[in-house]
Design a protein around this ligand. Structure first.
Ligand SMILES: Nc1ncnc2c1ncn2[C@@H]1O[C@H](COP(=O)(O)OP(=O)(O)OP(=O)(O)O)[C@@H](O)[C@H]1O
Length: 220
C-alpha cells in the first residue's frame, strides 16, 4: 500500500555550534492509509518536532520526508490539530469551520455543506451560530476537530489534542478522531502524555531523546 507519509533517516537540529539542539535524529517511519498511531514520550523528546516534519510545516536538516500517496503535494490534504482549539473569536462556530475551505478556494455553497456536515459528525451541529467565547473547552476542541475534518484530510496529525480536557471529554475527542480516520481512510497520528489515550489507538510509538521506538508495547 502506498504510504501517505514516509520519513527516511530524518533529523532536525535547531541552532548551530555549541547551541545546537538535536530535536529528532535517525527517524525512519511511515504511515499508510488506515494507520492509527499514538506517540508518547517525555517532554522535550521530539514529538512536536516529528509532527511538524510529517506535516511539512518544517523541513528536516538531514534525511527526507515525502508524501507518496499525496503525489508529494501535502498542502490541503493534511489536517493538524493542536492542544488549544485556536478559534477566531469574532467568527461563529460555522464560520470558523468554513474559513479554511473558503481560503482554499471552495465555493460558498460547497463550504457551507461541508462545514455543516463536519459539525454534525462531531455532535455539535446545534452550536453552529455560537461564538467561541460561549463554548466549553470540550466543545471548542470539537470545533477544532470539525474544522480539520471538513477538508476530508488523508493524514490527520494531532499534537496533544486532549491536553486541556478532562478524561471523559479527552476519550470522546479521540474516539471522534479514530472514527473520522476510518471514514476518510486516513492515517491518524496523535501525540499524547495520556496513557489512557494510547489504549484507544491501535499502534503505539515512543519517543526518547529524539529517537523513535515503533514497537512500543500497546497498552491494550
Ligand atoms: N524552535 C526551536 N528552537 C530551538 N529548540 C527547539 C525549538 N523547538 C523545539 N526545540 C527543542 O527541541 C527538543 C524537542 O522539542 P519538542 O517540542 O519537539 O518536544 P515534545 O516531545 O513535543 O515536548 P512536549 O511534550 O513538552 O511538547 C526540545 O529540546 C526543545 O527544547
Amino acid at each position: 500500500m502506498t504510504e501517505l507519509v514516509r520519513c527516511e533517516n530524518v533529523a532536525r537540529t535547531y541552532g548551530k555550534g555549541v547551541d545546537a539542539v538535536v530535536a529528532v535524529h535517525g527517524i525512519t517511519c511511515s504511515l499508510e492509509p488506515g494507520a492509527q498511531v499514538a506517540v508518547t514520550g517525555p517532554s522535550g523528546s521530539g514529538k512536536s518536532t516529528l509532527l511538524h516534519l510529517l506535516a511539512g510545516l518544517d523541513r528536516p536538516t538531514a534525511g527526507q520526508v515525502s508524501w507518496p500517496a499525496l503525489d508529494d503535494e501535502p498542502h490541503g490534504r493534511i489536517g493538524l490539530i493542536f492542544q488549544g482549539p485556536s478559534l477566531l473569536p469574532p467568527l461563529d462556530v460555522l464560520e470558523n469551520v468554513a474559513l479554511p475551505l473558503l481560503v482554499a478556494g471552495r465555493t460558498e455553497t460547497d463550504t457551507r455543506a461541508a462545514a455543516t456536515r463536519a459539525l454534525r459528525d462531531v455532535g455539535i451541529g446545534s452550536l453552529a451560530r455560537k461564538l467561541p467565547e460561549e463554548l466549553s473547552g470540550g466543545q471548542a476542541q470539537r470545533v477544532a476537530v470539525a474544522r480539520v475534518l471538513a477538508a476530508a484530510p488523508r493524514l490527520i496529525l494531532a499534537d496533544e489534542p486532549t491536553g486541556q480536557l478532562d478524561s471523559a471529554m479527552a476519550g470522546h475527542v479521540i474516539d471522534l478522531l479514530v472514527e473520522a480516520a476510518v471514514r476518510l481512510d486516513a492515517a491518524l497520528l496523535v501525540s499524547t502524555h495520556d496513557l489512557l489515550i494510547t489504549e484507544r489507538i491501535s499502534r503505539h510509538w515512543e519517543m526518547h531523546d529524539g529517537t523513535l521506538r515503533k514497537d512500543a508495547p500497546c497498552s491494550r
